[in-house]
Write a protein that binds this ligand. Structure first.
Ligand code: ATP
Ligand code: MG
Length: 607
């Protein structure tokens, strides 16, 4: 059994690793770079490779059903079991004449069939799109249409509640596979009158397949996944990823998440988001660990029980989840033993120093922040287990990744030099647009049907992330804000996060969203929406105290001028604060687009 003290980190010396890094060598750990015979297939490296190496009996997924005793009675699926089930899925796809490039999507909760469908599709050279099961019918229809999805995997309940009503709007859909259904339950669902898709049980589909599927040569550039972005800043974009990306997943799983083969790993993200696929499916499996999959939604006590009972070594979650754990109080956590836990990491939103220290107190290890996007496919900037954590910073670029900051004008345009090239910022602590040198293996290869937008994301060999950051004198990156969220007020450029993290430090505050509010005299003022901890009342006195606290820490120019107490903030389904909805609400605008439909302002939103 691993303990914190005896497992040596993979990345012992950051500077040495950066100097020595070479992408060709990074493949060595996966048996070498793609060759002429096999090429590279994510599912082969995730499953069959372990079986060939004699580790077929190792548990790949430990599935915890949503019922209360699920935590004590998990279902284990070994690498060998998954390898043969995915063979069946892949060969059934072929038998039903779904060839390479077929778009397959899932709309299910976190159940084993979801994992079988993803990896089975990859074996058959299809392109997989996992959809978050809590989406409403309209966002589901939009993504299925955009992705020209031909095969959908779903459950009887989700089919009845969400799919049946949109099925006429999906001309590309040919086959619906229903998990856990008998033929009786699917009979009659076929929409023959309008020539709609066939609806069959996943079980009968799998019985059409065979347990020995030959994956065949997979070129590294073969599309594998179509992921929609979270839609925090607008309508979600479809980012296309290829099989060759797997070397980034594997390598970041090792160097950042520090996965060792006997680890128990838990990534809390739903596979409907890129984190839940890159780090909930691919990286843990290529690294040969046991991955926890919990079907249930967030519940602080349940999460603590899972961490304790299953002796989770590595835990990858999101700042929203950490805030929700904080909200449940330290007393609850004190009743549990987290001595197996040696690494906690987070992604998705800025992680303030307060959360880092809270985790240190509760778990005995700090949270390591990591930064990346749907477009980057994998972690690009991170804090590492072997280095002292710099609380509040996103960390340093991964070995093999070159990052820079590009200077921007006050209007958000790039500053160009005499040759028309963007100007890189060398001075420490100066914010600019975070950009990455093109060419890392998991870089997205297209925005689906948006070639122009894709081209505009690149300049002079750099990928523009759209996020603003600064870099300190030691090369650590600090998140400033999304390009669109930055506030210009009285000659200052303010990132909402710096204001939010100061307010979040206050013991009465759970979560804050900061925006620029138009003002007749000042042009724009800083306004904060604040969610209070359950034991604090929204009084005038507390408002004054928070304004004073912010002013003392930030100075009058940056501190908020207005504070409004709210019960909850609007989040995307992936857990990010949607500041543009706060802005729209402030301006009395109607935000009627698809992302607004997906936002759920409840406190209980699952990250
Ligand atoms: P959309 O592009 O549709 O508006 P999105 O950008 O929220 O949605 P994702 O790709 O899921 O979609 O999220 C990536 C973004 O999340 C990053 O660009 C960044 O703004 C934010 N993010 C991710 N990790 C961090 C982090 N460690 N610190 C701060 N922000 C982060
Ligand atoms: Mg984005």
């Amino acid at each position: 059994m691993n303990t914190r003290s005896t497992t040596e980190p993979w990345l012992l010396d950051y500077d040495v690793a950066v100097r020595a890094f070479d992408w060709t060598q990074a493949w060595d750990d996966l048996g070498g770079p793609p060759d002429a015979e096999r090429g590279v297939n994510i599912a082969d490296l995730a499953l069959d490779r372990h079986v060939r190496a004699g580790r077929g009996d190792h548990v790949a997924l430990r599935w915890i059903g949503r019922q209360a005793d699920g935590v004590d009675e998990p279902v284990d699926l070994t690498y060998a079991m998954l390898a043969s089930r995915t063979d069946r899925f892949a060969s059934a796809l072929r038998r039903h004449r779904f060839g390479p490039g077929t778009g397959v999507a899932s709309l299910t909760g976190r159940i084993p069939d979801l994992y079988v469908s993803v990896l089975g599709t990859l074996k058959a050279h299809g392109v997989f799109t996992p959809l978050f099961s809590a989406f409403g019918p309209e966002p589901i229809a939009q993504r299925l249409r955009l992705g020209r999805i031909r095969v959908l995997v779903t459950t009887p309940l989700l089919y009845r509640r969400k799919v049946a009503q949109i099925i006429d709007q999906l001309p590309d859909l040919e086959l619906v596979l229903i998990c856990g259904a008998t033929e009786d339950q699917t009979a009659g669902s076929t929409n023959r009158r309008t020539g709609g898709p066939r609806v069959v049980s996943l079980g009968s589909f799998l019985s059409d397949g065979s347990e020995a599927f030959e994956i065949g040569y997979t070129a590294p550039e073969t599309p594998a996944l179509l992921h929609f972005t979270s839609g925090t800043t607008g309508t979600p974009k479809g980012a296309v990823h290829v099989h060759g990306a797997v070397v980034t997943h594997h390598m970041t799983g090792r160097l950042v998440l520090d996965l060792h083969p006997d680890d128990v790993f838990w990534c809390t993200a739903d596979p409907g988001w890129v984190t839940g696929t890159s780090y909930g499916i691919i990286a843990p499996l290529t690294n040969g660990v046991t991955s926890i999959v919990d079907e249930a939604d967030f519940d602080a006590e349940r999460w603590y029980r899972i961490l304790e009972r299953h002796r989770v070594d590595v835990f990858y979650t999101a700042p929203t989840a950490i805030r929700m754990l904080q909200r449940s109080g330290v007393e609850l956590a004190a009743g549990f033993d987290f001595d197996a836990l040696r690494l906690v990491a987070s992604v998705g939103e800025p992680l303030d120093a307060d959360a880092v220290h809270w985790c240190e107190r509760v778990f005995g290890v700090p949270v390591l922040d990591t930064w990346w996007q749907t477009e980057t496919g994998g972690i690009m900037i991170a804090n590492y287990r072997s280095q002292p954590v710099r609380a509040g910073s996103m960390g340093r670029p991964l070995p093999g990744i070159e990052a820079t900051l590009l200077a921007r004008t006050a209007d958000g345009e790039l500053v160009l030099d005499a040759d028309g090239s963007p100007v890189e910022i060398d001075d420490p602590d100066t914010s600019g647009e975070l950009a990455l040198r093109v060419g890392w293996p998991s870089m997205f290869r297209a925005y689906l049907d948006q070639d122009d937008r894709y081209r505009k994301a690149f300049v002079d060999g750099w990928y523009r992330s759209g996020d603003l950051a600064r870099r300190d004198g030691d090369g650590y990156y600090w998140f400033v804000g999304r390009g669109d969220d930055v506030i210009k007020t009285a000659g200052h450029l303010i990132g909402p996060f710096e204001v939010e993290s100061v307010l979040d430090e206050h013991p009465a505050v759970i979560e804050t969203g900061v925006i620029g509010k138009p003002d007749a005299t000042a042009g724009t003022i800083v306004k904060a929406f604040v969610v209070l901890a359950h034991d604090h009342e929204p009084t005038e006195e507390l408002r004054r105290e928070l304004l004073g606290h912010a002013r003392a820490r930030l100075g009058a120019a940056v501190a908020p001028r207005e504070i409004e107490f709210v019960d909850a903030l609007p989040h995307t389904r992936s857990g990010k604060i949607m500041r543009r909805l706060l802005k729209a609400r402030e301006l009395g605008e109607d935000e009627g687009d698809i992302s607004a439909l997906e936002s759920a302002p409840e406190r209980t939103e699952r990250p």
